[in-house]
Design a protein around this ligand. Structure first.
Ligand SMILES: [Zn+2]
Length: 506
């Protein structure tokens, strides 16, 4: 059974997770890397698998837009370092047209997720806090601050206890920062706070000390408490996270203990999903490695993009190294195989992965292999054929692959001038070029021309490698290339004839 169907069946059979409410979260404070799309797609597919079993389910994706800015994309560091410590919703947007820093990055990920057919309802944590929806859980957390410290200590083994510590940060009324405030002394109505100059390395507080109500968006729970608090406030019953959160004594264990001992809320079904690896390393945007999520649909059609994330069980790593490799053509091949499994009505996992990759309607992919298409898009006069066969959509991605990702070996360009290397060809090779040039006026089938080059070369005393190499050198300046006769016949006939004659005389 396909992994998501298994998960859905297990959730339903247990009877513990009703109503079915799938949720995932994201902090909109930078450009996430491609790998971070795995979380929302895993949740999306579990939601869809539940729906397929004809149960009512809800699917929300929460923007953690009350979080402070504690890191910046390298390209924004200089311009935005003054905003460190502010909630992402209080800092200005890097581009015009968005209400805030947080809104800009929320829209950035939502755009690609919507393109990928992720049908979540997008919610804002900042809004929920400001609407007063968190007032009750804030009160519970403040009333149970000792117990929460006990849980931290018991579950994660942390010994760091602070006298008077309270699980809350408030927005400093003087400087607007959240990341710098230390809260103490809860009297049931207000808390006291100090905006500390040296509490965190990444932001400097202004020194203000005052009292403030912790409610209605003035303050936010620290994220280990904030996570289970969201579950209770919203009613979430199914939520996973990257598996690093689920290690023993990690944030998931803390959240689970807070659910049962503080919030009196049932622990949601967990989906501890594995990472997406690039070049054997976890993709990280902060180190400048890897591709941004927002770029995904520039180089993959949305269905193939979805397929990349969902074809593998969420508990297994996905390795995808698209730069300078054949990973993209291989992915397209696999996608075509999955489509075949689906249309042949084989009820296997691959067919189901294909079905889950579709967005509104089931789209039959082209039957031409992507690697062949990648050669066609490099041949000047294949445009007509691409059009006639309805391959324009995939051809667009084949072009992107050739230009941005393909290994050098897979790239070729018809050279505008006769390449220098042509001078080094042997007399026998030049003879062959001249002979073939004379034959080009005939109407050729590609297979026949391919045989002709081979046998004529043999007659002239050339090995097949020497024969074919002559043509590749004079056309694309390399000693190998795509299937030769198809390449020659894709060219303007007069151009090819002239090029071969010129080479023969060089
Ligand atoms: Zn301050």
């Amino acid at each position: 059974m396909f992994w998501a169907d298994k998960v859905a069946a297990e959730i339903i059979a247990s009877g513990k997770y009703k109503p079915f409410w799938v949720d995932d979260m994201f902090t909109p404070s930078g450009y996430p890397h491609v790998g971070s799309l795995r979380g929302p797609l895993v949740h999306d597919i579990v939601y869809k698998a539940l729906r397929d079993k004809r149960v009512d389910a809800k699917w929300t994706y929460v923007m953690n837009d009350f979080d402070p800015i504690d890191g910046l994309p390298p390209e924004l560091e200089e311009r935005f370092k003054q905003y460190y410590g502010l909630p992402v919703r209080s800092a200005p947007s890097p581009e015009e047209g968005y209400g805030s820093f947080g809104e800009y990055f929320a829209k950035d990920i939502q755009k690609v997720l919507k393109e990928l057919g992720v049908e979540a309802e997008y919610l804002s944590s900042w809004d929920m806090y400001h609407e007063g929806k968190f007032n009750e859980v804030i009160r519970i957390a403040l009333d149970n601050s000792e117990k929460i410290q006990d849980i931290y200590e018991k579950v994660s083994g942390s010994k760091k206890r602070e006298k008077g510590w309270l699980p809350l940060q408030v927005i400093c009324e003087n400087c607007g920062k959240l990341g710098t405030t230390r809260v103490h002394d809860w009297d049931g109505k207000t808390v006291a706070y100090v905006c500390e100059p040296d509490m965190v390395r990444w932001a400097k507080g202004c020194g203000t000390s005052a009292r403030i109500s912790p409610f209605d968006g003035n303050g936010k729970l620290p994220w280990k408490v904030d996570w289970p608090a969201h579950w209770k406030v919203m009613g979430v019953t199914i939520e996973g996270a990257g598996k690093d959160h689920s290690s023993a004594g990690g944030s998931r264990d803390i959240a689970k203990a807070l659910c049962s001992e503080v919030f009196d809320y049932p622990n949601p079904y967990n989906l501890p999903y594995e990472f997406m690896l690039i070049g054997g390393k976890k993709m990280s945007s902060s180190k400048g490695l890897g591709l941004k999520a927002r770029d995904l649909t520039d180089f993959l059609p949305v269905e193939v993009g979805r397929f990349l994330f969902i074809k593998t069980d969420y508990r297994k790593q996905v390795e995808f190294e698209p730069i300078g490799t054949n990973a993209i053509p291989v992915l397209f091949d696999e996608y075509q195989k999955a489509a075949e499994a689906y249309f042949d009505k084989k009820s296997d996992d691959l067919g189901r992965a294909f079905e889950f990759s579709q967005i509104k309607e089931v789209k039959k992919p082209p039957s031409v292999r992507f690697s062949v298409l990648a050669q066609w898009v490099q041949m000047p006069s294949m445009d007509q054929e691409i059009k006639e066969k309805g391959l324009e959509d995939w051809a667009k991605y084949a072009k992107v692959w050739v230009e941005r990702f393909a290994p050098e070996n897979d790239k070729f360009m018809i050279q505008e001038k006769l390449p220098e290397e042509a001078k080094k060809l042997s007399d026998k090779q030049k003879n062959l070029l001249s002979e073939i040039s004379k034959l080009l006026d005939k109407k050729w089938k590609a297979e026949d021309l391919q045989t002709e080059v081979y046998s004529l070369g043999k007659e002239l005393g050339l090995t097949s490698t020497e024969a074919f190499e002559a043509f590749y050198i004079v056309l694309i300046g390399k000693n190998h290339g795509p299937k030769l006769a198809w390449l020659i016949l894709s060219l303007d006939k007069d151009f090819a004839k002239k090029r071969f004659e010129e080479a023969a005389k060089s």
